[in-house]
Every structure is written in C-alpha cells, then in structure tokens.
Design a protein around this ligand. Structure first.
Ligand SMILES: C[S@@+](CC[C@H](N)C(=O)[O-])C[C@H]1O[C@@H](n2cnc3c(N)ncnc32)[C@H](O)[C@@H]1O
Length: 277
C-alpha cells in the first residue's frame, strides 16, 4: 500500500498503514466510527512562533505555531477535532493529547466536556532537562499528556514497569532477595521493577541525536514507545492526526501495530513517509 496519500485518495474508506497530507478534520469526518484503538496527538502548542527545523538548511521544514485570536480561538480550533477523535475511537480506545503549560488546562476542560470527566485517566508529566532557565520563575521543564479512555474500565491498558524499588535496609532471604513481612507472609518485589507512575523522566532529543530528522518539535521515540505499549496491542490501529515527522507512526509500525497519520504540512508528510518506507 502507498505510504503517502491525499485525503481524497481515501475516499471515505479506512485505509491503514498510510500517512495523508491534509487537514485533519477533513480526514476525520470521512472515517467510520470506532475504528481507532489508540490516538496520540501532539498539536501545535500555540507558542506564537514560527518553528523551523534544522536551522542551517535554507530548505528546513517549517510549521507555524501561531495562536492568532489567543486561547479562545485555539480551543475553538481543537473542539471539532477532539469531537471527531472521540467518535472514531473504539470502545477499548484511548486518546493522549500532548500539550504544555500554555493551553493544557483549557484543553483539559474541553476534554472533560467531550469525553466526560469519568473517562479521564491520567495527567502524565513528561519531565526533561533540556532548555534554558529563568531568573523570574522556575525553569519550565515538563510537557503534559492528558489521557482519556472512550469508556474507562473497558480501555486497553498494559502495566509497564521500570526503575528500582527502594529496598535498602530490608530483610533478605537466603537467595539475597529483599522482601517485606506482611500478615499474608513474605511479599517479594516484582523482578521488572515498580509499575510506572504518571511522572516520566525521559530525555528530550538532543540537537545531535541520531534520531533527529530535521522536523521542528519532533518527539522522542522512547516517549511514544511507552504510550503505544501501555495503551494498545499488536494489530491495533494507532492514529496521529497531527503527525508531524511521524514519530508515533514509526513506533507503531516497529511495535507491529497498524497506523494512520495525517498532517497538513507537506514537508512533514514527506519526512514521515520516508521514515515509514
Ligand atoms: C508539534 S507538531 C507534531 C510533531 C510530531 N509529534 C513529531 O514527532 O514529529 C504539530 C503538527 O501539527 C500539524 N498541524 C497543525 N494543524 C493541523 C491540521 N489542521 N491538520 C493536520 N495537521 C496539522 C503541523 O503541521 C505540525 O506538523
């Protein structure tokens, strides 16, 4: 199947393993209901800036992260997109919306309205060290990912583990394994570490990272690995309707999920299609 299409090429049917160059609303409105198992979106944050990729190249890809009209028009732009994403999610599906301090709280209210507050699962803090600091406020070192289920309780969720338990000073058994004494007997720690919490310490892509593809606002694959492993299974359909350079799609493909992506910037779609080829 072709990797890069225009919205019209889909003809209102569901083609998967494609990245489409079009406005996301026009694609979403043509999709059947309930077909996506996981949606991740990383929309423009409304920084008011023109974002440029690899700064040295004159033909570096660019996207406009302008927020003319302020927060009100930003929320008005996202509302119909979120309504459509809610419609196309399956009954087991989840949506992650990746934002930062600028609009996160406003979009949370919008998501509560569309998904219902009972379907809110997590506010994930992605913490990193890159970027500058300020003499006038605390350094801003995190993004926020809002996670909603189409129907909480029915949603796909695989517990992910990592890191270390704090076992210093604990009893050790004959094999040297730490344990806690409980009324029910000895409690051993999971060999793969504690279940991940909603605070994720993951490095931002450095300017010299081999993963860099030159697209502005590219996200690290390690972040998408967590999301896709936690909230989907092999064969599921993972969609990103603001796909940029296709990070979510590339990781979905590597993890044996089907994928569907779109972006209205042809430079982004070109990079994503190359990455997925
Ligand atoms: C922050 S970037 C996504 C970066 C991506 N996560 C990555 O790792 O490369 C946001 C993207 O949304 C796209 N975009 C903005 N408005 C859109 C719309 N109405 N329809 C489709 N794409 C849109 C922009 O062109 C931009 O590539």
């Amino acid at each position: 199947m072709a990797d890069s299409l225009g919205a019209g090429d889909l003809g209102g049917t569901l083609a998967t393993d494609v990245v489409v160059c079009c406005d996301n609303l026009s694609l979403l409105r043509g999709l059947p209901s309930g077909v996506c198992d996981l949606i991740y979106v990383d929309p423009p944050f409304g920084t008011g800036k023109r974002r440029k990729g690899s700064a040295k190249k004159s033909d570096a890809p660019v996207f406009d992260d302008r927020a003319d009209g302020g927060l009100e028009s930003y929320v008005a732009f996202l509302r119909p997109v979120i309504q459509q994403m809610h419609r196309v999610l399956s009954e087991q599906g989840s949506l992650y919306v990746h934002l930062d301090w600028r609009a996160g709280h406003y979009v949370k209210v919008l998501l509560d309205d569309i998904f219902g507050i009972d379907n809110f699962l997590n506010e994930i803090i992605w913490s990193y060290r890159t970027g500058g600091s300020s003499r006038r406020w605390f350094a801003r070192k995190h993004d926020t990912l809002l996670l909603y289920a189409k129907r909480a309780g029915q949603h796909t969720f695989n517990v992910l583990r990592g890191g270390e338990f704090r076992t210093q000073g604990m009893n050790l058994d004959q094999q040297g394994r730490p344990y806690k004494n409980t009324r029910a007997g000895r409690l051993y720690f999971h060999p793969e570490g504690p279940a991940l919490s909603d605070v994720w310490e993951l490095p931002f892509l450095s300017t010299v990272s081999r993963e860099r593809n030159g697209y502005p606002a590219q996200k690290p694959e390690a972040l998408l690995e967590r999301i896709i492993q936690a909230s989907s299974n092999e064969g599921d359909l993972v969609a990103d309707f603001f796909c940029g350079s296709g990070t979510a799609l590339a990781v979905a493909k590597r993890l044996k999920r089907r994928y569907l992506g779109c972006d209205n910037n042809s430079a982004a779609v070109k990079i994503a299609a190359r990455r997925l080829a």
